[in-house]
Design a protein around this ligand. Structure first.
Ligand SMILES: O=C(O)c1cc(C(=O)O)c2c(n1)C(=O)C(=O)c1cc(C(=O)O)[nH]c1-2
Length: 253
């Protein structure tokens, strides 16, 4: 395992910086997490899949808010014109015809109640803290760091390609319709991460800024990792560590 905390010490070319960012993803993206491996090997109970969908809804729901935060901080109209597509992808034309609605469909297809999912009241405490930390990071750090924190999307086509075929093969109640959220994501993620990566390559032009973008990507991998850690801890041992007030599979399905 590499330690990325001083990877930019001597300054990097744009190509070297990109290589470090890709190495961060190769080591720390959430497709390395045991909960993901349990999901793709067919080992999760239906309750654990429901808990994943319900908690991950909180992440989906915050994405357009963090992107609006980034938009508000960007002075360049061309940057804003590109970045606002992300909000349109998630909210659609009327709030409920984009990615958030498709994620809700995934959750209800697994047997969850739409209002319970939308209310977020059954989410794990750690999910709330992780999602809140992502929003705060994008509001408080530099625009460059906020853009860099989105670069986990460079790797999301990989996890989607692992997840979707395995879920269809291993869980008889999961259908292509259940997972329709993922149909458009690889193309959207490629467009978004190409833009963000070009921005980072151009604007991370000192060793200090290069280290900031590496740290931002490590932080974002930690957010995604912490969300799966929380699911594993709460639901992994037959639900023995479900926090008070959080989703209990038998009570909502
Ligand atoms: O399925 C996944 O594992 C996954 C991961 C990520 C990611 O890497 O942050 C995103 C998404 N999906 C996703 O659907 C999505 O809309 C998204 C937006 C962002 C972001 O940081 O702006 N990440 C992700």
């Amino acid at each position: 395992m590499s330690d990325f905390h001083d990877a930019a010490r001597n300054g990097l070319s744009a190509g070297e910086l990109e290589a470090v960012l890709r190495a961060v993803g190769a080591e720390r993206y959430h497709n390395r997490h045991p909960y993901h491996h349990r999901m793709t090997s067919g080992d999760l109970s239906k309750g654990e899949l429901q808990a994943w969908a319900l908690n991950r809804y909180c992440y989906q729901a915050v994405i357009p808010r963090k992107d609006a935060t980034i938009l508000a901080r960007a002075a360049d109209p061309a940057f804003r014109a590109e970045w606002r597509k992300r909000i349109e992808d998630h909210d659609g034309d009327d709030g409920w015809s984009g990615g958030i609605a498709r994620w809700l469909h995934l959750a209800t297809s697994l047997g969850l109640d739409a209002e319970a999912v939308k209310s977020e009241r059954l989410a794990l405490p750690a999910t709330r803290f992780a999602v809140g930390a992502y929003l705060s990071f994008c509001a408080e750090r530099s625009l460059l760091e906020a853009v860099a924190s989105s670069l986990t999307e460079l790797f999301s086509p990989v996890i989607i390609n692992e997840r979707v075929p395995a879920m269809l093969a291993k869980y008889d109640y999961v259908t292509a319709d259940t997972l329709s959220y993922f149909t458009r994501r690889p193309e959207q993620a490629a467009r978004d991460s190409d833009f963000a990566l070009a921005y980072v390559r151009k604007h991370a032009d000192t060793p200090e800024r290069q280290q900031q973008v590496i740290d931002a990507l490590v932080f974002k991998c930690d957010i995604l990792w912490a969300m799966l850690d929380a699911l594993q801890h709460a639901y992994g041992e037959a639900g023995a560590a479900i926090p008070p007030g959080a989703f209990r599979p038998e009570s909502v399905s």
